[in-house]
Design a protein around this ligand. Sequence first.
Ligand code: 5GP
Ligand code: ZN
Length: 114
Amino acid sequence: MADCIFCKIVAGEIPAQVVYRDEQAMAFKDIRPLMTHHYLLIPTRHIATVNDADDANQAELGRLFVAAGKVAREQGFADQGYRLVCNTNRDAGQEVFHIHLHMFAGKGMGWPPF
Ligand code: 5GP
Ligand code: ZN
């Protein structure tokens, strides 16, 4: 997608601190981290929101969770725990319209988150 900032990160047109990459998924540090560990996991192919995901996206969206586990183990917080968040549209505050999981770790988090 021409005007998508995350597609530009996938293409290497915008720099990012990449911590994981395979054919279908990528993880990099959030530019405005809200916690000690704050990564974004994205499919390398553009999907705007969860509402736009269909059967053809099943493998790459599943890959996001496999990648999340790898990142958690590699970064050393798998056992302590972490939170994955996927904001969708206005009420959730989605700003970048390329599906992403926020990965938060590094301290205890409250629940509910709102
Ligand atoms: P959303 O509100 O859409 O769920 O979150 C988008 C996230 O993308 C925000 O946490 C924001 O800091 C992050 N972000 C926006 N632009 C960039 C960028 O160019 N590079 C990186 N690494 N993160 C970005
Ligand atoms: Zn995109």
